[in-house]
Design a protein around this ligand. Structure first.
Ligand SMILES: Nc1nc2c(c(=O)[nH]1)N[C@H]1C(S)=C(S)[C@@H](COP(=O)(O)OP(=O)(O)OC[C@H]3O[C@@H](n4cnc5c(=O)[nH]c(N)nc54)[C@H](O)[C@@H]3O)O[C@H]1N2
Ligand SMILES: Nc1nc2c(c(=O)[nH]1)N[C@H]1C(S)=C(S)[C@@H](COP(=O)(O)OP(=O)(O)OC[C@H]3O[C@@H](n4cnc5c(=O)[nH]c(N)nc54)[C@H](O)[C@@H]3O)O[C@H]1N2
Ligand SMILES: [Mo]
Length: 795
């Protein structure tokens, strides 16, 4: 087992990328014992005929760089093609009671799973089982359960083909309980964007980066979570594009970058400055901050309008409203060429609804309140507004800093409101880019992974496959958690992921999990959701996307959808980790056949040739997937139709809607007390979600440990602690149940006062399941009221 080195915390002075990145890649290729194979495989990553990276969902350009990968993509690849194996010999040595004590890193670090395994109660071990037997027993068990008692989870990596087959199987079985990782991630976008602009996903595409004048970059950590996007930002900055960032922290990737694939930059050490304006907002302060920007724009526009009636000429000959000289001067400095307006009134009139109500709300909010809640001052908000107004085309990019909030949906509405003020949707260079997480999380929803039957063409499925799909609303992730805790859920099937670590309330969840009748895990690597298990438990190992997938008709390709709504084929070439592995489509089909018996679905033919699954997807969604097989390997991918890009608003009003957030900040059911801090949970640069590659968060200067809490030095002193103290974090809402994580080291950090930060998934025991956005049900992972307590010496 690899152990973390001694904790070592020291500010990192280097840029994102650069030699630090190159070193980190070579370390992991050596550690996973891949010195020769690694580089060869990486060369085909994100290339038109190669495999699509298994890390994030960022766009794959038509003209790929010779090395179209990043530090974290390289780590994800090395982690998947590792030469290490968690074989039956490993499981024979370690009972699950023992493995429960292991760290996440150590479980996955055992390497790839090699054989289908069944939990043996007598020895408390996973023992090998033939595939046939596994499918038969799972089928028997599922038939004995009420479909409403079974949950079918999907983590965002599985391909479009697998996902389509999986949702079809769940529906034919009779369940819409399809929680997915998206429920914890961009669900706030999936709810808010259709309401605001009638788009199910972000509207930006790669060419917008070439046409934009300004990028508003909100709550997304590009240097760690989607480093290839840094190349697009770098190109934009080189063209003179302004980047205006709103983030809780000063993230290095948003400050400066050296492209590790640019020999000139690497040798000369010349950095690109990324953000031109950087605003550190309070946790959950974005509605207030964006309201401030909108207020400045709207009041400037008002001032110009008012000057029409009460104008006096200034020294420059321009009209003046003497009542409001300062605002007028600001307005004049940012106005259109004719000095008549700041907002795009033609666009607002023709394309939007709800403007007056929104504008009135912006005028009514007082600057003092906007300043207090956002943590920014009025000048900063006006400065951001000025940059916004001086740009013809503004692109807005955002991530989890906006979506994982009690007001996540309203955060996204606010992004749209700002965009609509100047027609910044549906013209080149101006759109909304929701940076997605898992490499196919967006695509899974496109082919039917959802608990909401209204989002799926049920009539089509019924017509094609001759069954009556369930029409009730199924459980999303937090509802599945509640059903597992209450004992209502009896069976849990998992297509990838690590549900038990990723969800809220992990303490109560672990207890409920053990009481499940059936747990089935389709996975590549061992994690905590496998070592804890139900009464009947299977661990079914599958091929990864990088591996050669050989079926009856020959080697197979799969497909995914990127963050910019382009579909791409992906072909794996490396030798499978074990000859026993089955592909995900083959496992889904195996379970489906054993559960459902004879159906109209040609499961075997589909497994033999995935092109036939793609034909079925095209029959189900003819517009989106027109000529799917023909276009599979189109360089740059093929685009999904996005009406909002064409300014066609598929909303109830037929217009793009200004939707006014009810409040600036959520009401928290916590006693207002000065020792309460607002916790945001963060990813380190050395993890992919619950997969912990190692113990170094290079950009934030944290090494050798993940058990830390970032705190403002003023708060450290105010609360009577010292930098380096060991503390427990205790949840400060719903305190009838104590939720606590112990032994966290205080790290003095540049984080706004009253806020604190700590890593996911270590902090997940702190989150009550009910602490989520009421509409999207996305857990509020970026805002939880907590207190710190001195750790007892035993901790
Ligand atoms: N290497 C790596 N890549 C990944 C992942 C990974 O774990 N590791 N995970 C993948 C997945 S599934 C996802 S969803 C994405 C996640 O990628 P991101 O969307 O970048 O999510 P996070 O890293 O959780 O945090 C985002 C940022 O929000 C900021 N923030 C926190 N609270 C607030 C707030 O209230 N307001 C504002 N404005 N900012 C705030 C944080 O400082 C942080 O910089 O990345 C994907 N890519
Ligand atoms: N506190 C807090 N909690 C969070 C978040 C947060 O920011 N803060 N972020 C949330 C977000 S955005 C997300 S997306 C979720 C992530 O939640 P999940 O998607 O459930 O978790 P992952 O860690 O991505 O899953 C890792 C596991 O996936 C399996 N796996 C990897 N590749 C494959 C494959 O090709 N096929 C199959 N079948 N299995 C594979 C491996 O066994 C690995 O152990 O976590 C959420 N939880
Ligand atoms: Mo995610």
């Amino acid at each position: 087992m690899s152990k973390p080195t001694a904790p070592h915390i020291e500010p990192y002075t280097g840029p994102a990328g650069g030699w630090g990145s190159a070193k980190s890649v070579s370390e992991i290729t050596l550690r996973e014992r891949l010195p020769f194979q690694g580089p060869r495989v990486l060369a085909t990553q994100n290339k038109p005929e190669g495999f699509m990276c298994v890390s994030c969902a960022w766009a794959k350009p038509a003209k790929a760089h010779p090395l179209e990968f990043c530090e974290n993509g390289a780590k994800a690849t090395a982690w998947e093609i590792t030469s290490k194996r968690a074989s039956p010999a490993f499981f024979a040595k370690h009972p699950l009671g023992e493995l429960e004590q292991w760290e996440d890193h150590d479980l996955e670090e055992q390497g790839r799973l090699t054989h289908p395994m069944r939990w043996d109660a007598a020895s408390d071990k996973y023992v090998p089982v033939p595939w046939r037997e596994a499918f038969d027993e799972i089928g028997r068990e599922l038939r004995a359960l009420d479909p409403r008692q079974v949950d079918f989870y999907t983590s965002g990596r599985a391909s479009l083909e697998t996902s389509y087959m999986y949702q079809l199987f769940a529906r034919m079985y009779g369940s819409n309980n399809m929680p997915d990782s998206s429920n914890m991630c961009h669900e706030s976008s999936s709810v808010a964007l259709p309401e605001s602009i009638g788009a199910a996903v972000g509207t930006a595409i790669l060419s917008d980066f070439e046409n934009t004048d300004c990028i508003f970059y909100i709550g997304q950590n590009v240097g760690t979570s989607s480093p290839r996007l840094l190349h697009d930002l770098q190109d934009a900055v080189d063209r003179g594009v302004k980047i205006v960032t709103f983030n809780l922290l000063r993230e290095r990737g948003l400050e400066r970058f050296i492209n590790p694939q640019s020999p000139v930059q690497m040798v000369t050490g010349k950095e690109t400055r990324i953000s031109s304006q950087y605003y550190q907002v309070n946790n959950g302060g974005d509605i207030a901050a964006l309201f401030g920007v909108c207020k400045a724009l709207i009041e400037a526009d008002d001032a110009l309008k008012a000057s029409g009636s009460t104008q006096v000429a200034g020294d420059d000959g321009l009209p003046r409203d003497p009542e409001n000289a300062a605002m007028f001067a600001f307005a004049a400095s940012i106005a259109s060429a004719d000095k008549k307006h700041v907002l795009d009134h033609d666009f607002i009139k023709e394309h939007t609804a709800g403007f007056e109500e929104f504008a009135q709300a912006a005028r009514t909010h007082r600057w003092e309140d906007l300043e207090r809640v956002s943590g920014l001052n009025r000048e900063q908000m006006m400065e951001a507004a000025a940059t916004y107004a001086r740009s013809d085309a503004v692109l807005t990019i955002y991530g989890m800093g906006l979506t994982q909030h009690l007001m996540g949906v309203q955060n996204v509405h606010m992004v749209c409101n700002l965009a609509l003020l100047r027609g910044n949707i549906g013209k080149p260079g101006a759109n909304i880019c929701a940076v997605r997480g898992h490499s196919n999380v967006q695509g899974q929803r496109t082919v039917g992974i959802t608990e909401k039957p209204g989002l799926v063409p049920l009539d089509k499925l019924s017509e094609l496959y001759g069954f009556v799909p369930p029409d009730w609303t199924g459980r999303s992730t937090v509802e599945t958690c509640e059903a597992i805790i209450s004992g209502e859920s009896r069976g849990f099937i998992s297509l990838g992921g690590n549900f038990l670590k990723a969800v809220p309330e992990t303490g109560a969840m672990e207890e409920g999990w053990r009481k499940l009748r059936l747990t089935v895990q389709i996975a590549t690597k061992l994690n905590r959701s496998h070592v804890l298990h139900g009464q009947i438990a299977y661990l079914l190992p599958c091929l990864g996307r990088i591996e050669l997938d050989q079926q009856a008709s020959g080697p197979q390709s799969v497909s995914i959808e990127s963050s910019i709504a382009h579909f791409h084929g992906s072909r794996g070439k490396t030798r499978p980790a074990s000859p026993e592995l089955l592909s995900e489509p083959a496992i889904v089909a195996g379970i489906a056949k054993a559960t459902l018996g004879d159906t109209k679905v040609p499961w075997d033919a589909w497994v033999g040739n995935y092109a036939e699954v793609r034909d079925a997807i095209e029959r189900t969604y003819p517009e989106t997937f027109k000529d799917f097989n023909k276009r599979l390997f189109k360089p740059g991918g093929f685009a999904r139709p996005l009406p909002a890009r064409e300014r066609k608003w598929v909303t109830r009003s037929g217009k793009a809607n200004f939707i006014t957030p009810e409040k600036l900040f959520p009401e928290l059911s916590t006693a207002q007390s000065i020792d309460v801090l607002h916790l945001a949970t963060l990813r380190s640069n050395d993890q992919f979600n619950t997969t912990i590659y190692g113990y170094s968060d290079r950009f934030r200067g944290v090494n050798g440990t993940r058990k830390i809490v970032f705190l403002n030095p003023v708060d450290i002193e105010r609360l009577g602690f010292t930098d380096g103290d060991s503390v427990d974090i205790v949840t400060a809402i719903d305190e009838a149940t104590e939720r606590r994580v112990t032994g966290m080291k205080i790290v003095a950090y540049q984080i706004p006062k009253g806020c604190c930060g700590s890593y996911f998934p270590e902090t997940n025991p702190l989150f009550p399941t009910a602490h989520h956005d009421p509409k999207s049900k996305t857990p509020s992972y970026k805002l939880l009221p907590v207190r710190l307590r001195q750790s007892s010496p035993a901790a």
